[in-house]
Design a protein around this ligand. Sequence first.
Ligand code: TYM
Length: 357
Amino acid sequence: MTLRKICGLSSSLVCHRRFLHDTKARSSRVFSGVQPTGNLHLGNYFGAIQRWVELQETDKELIFCIVDLHSLTVPQRRADLSANITRLTAGLLACGIDPERATLFLQSAVPQHTQLGWVLSCLTTMPRLGQLPQYREKAAEHGEVPLGLYLYPVLQAADILLYSQEQTEVPVGQDQLQNIQLAQHLGKAFNRQFGKLFPHPKAVVDEDAGGRVRSLRDPSRKMSKSDPDSRSCVYLNDPPERIRSKLKLALTDFTSEVFASPERPAVTALMTLHALAAGLTLEGVRSAAAGLTTAQYKLLLADVLAERLAPVRDAWARLEAEPRYLSQVLERGRQRAAEEAEVTWRAVVDRVQLRLS
Ligand code: TYM
């Protein structure tokens, strides 16, 4: 069964088959990852996935990883993890990731990620990892901090470096910047100690607000899968009624006019989402909201979001009903990724002078 058949794909979600997986013909490579924890939300979409889909129109080689090992750093039920992997695979394809165009694979299916992670963990220090903001935020939620949470950015560095070539780009939201800086640092540390191998991966963050989409309940926080309050996130497969009820509860302030300003972070965050979803400037959003109170505006925004997400939601439901097809996509991705990972791992083994037998 093809993706086009399952999705009934039209215009924006159409496959881009004209690009073959011929790395030699490509100008550069893109690598990025997403965790199968919870559900995809607008932050994931505007911060990263939308860009991944757009990159399919370029001649870059694209590798996207579902980082299941990362999601073990927070407690998971086994059945949930497996279901989340299926759901995320379907969700990424529904957003427009074309498995004929991009390599999509599961991290745990390529063991070189953890092998390289170990080598890299020997090149950094505990104080350096302890300073990373994501660790500090998450550690604050735990009484006793799992070691995996601490090592998480090292594994992320291995994910990136395993596939790094000259000019590898890593498109992510702003929250990942420090982790990518760590990958850059670990690549250099490896090169210094064992001889040049890893090129410098480059973080690509949308400079406009897509890089940091805010929680609907607290604009000082990012929209996050791990937020216990599900009303803080709009998930990409939320039905229109749920989007509406979440938007009704979204934080605003005491001024009912709709305009953006630094003193109004909550309203500005909503207008920013609107701008991202409708492809407008903030000025354009202000005109669209002219004459509305913030309460009325939130319902308008709910409609805009529901309309924008409708094709994703429909394709997602169809794809989730095809778990065998989704497994085939991941298996094909694994084969491509494993070839590449093995080449890098062999070079690491050679530099470090590990003995494989
Ligand atoms: P994850 O799964 O939390 O998020 C996936 C992508 O979505 C972006 N993102 C956001 N962007 C803007 N606003 C938000 N509110 C928002 N929330 C999430 C993230 O920045 C990310 O780009 N550690 C990574 C996964 C990872 C990875 C990698 C990424 C593992 N290895 C290697 C790149 C390269 C993470 O937890 O992403």
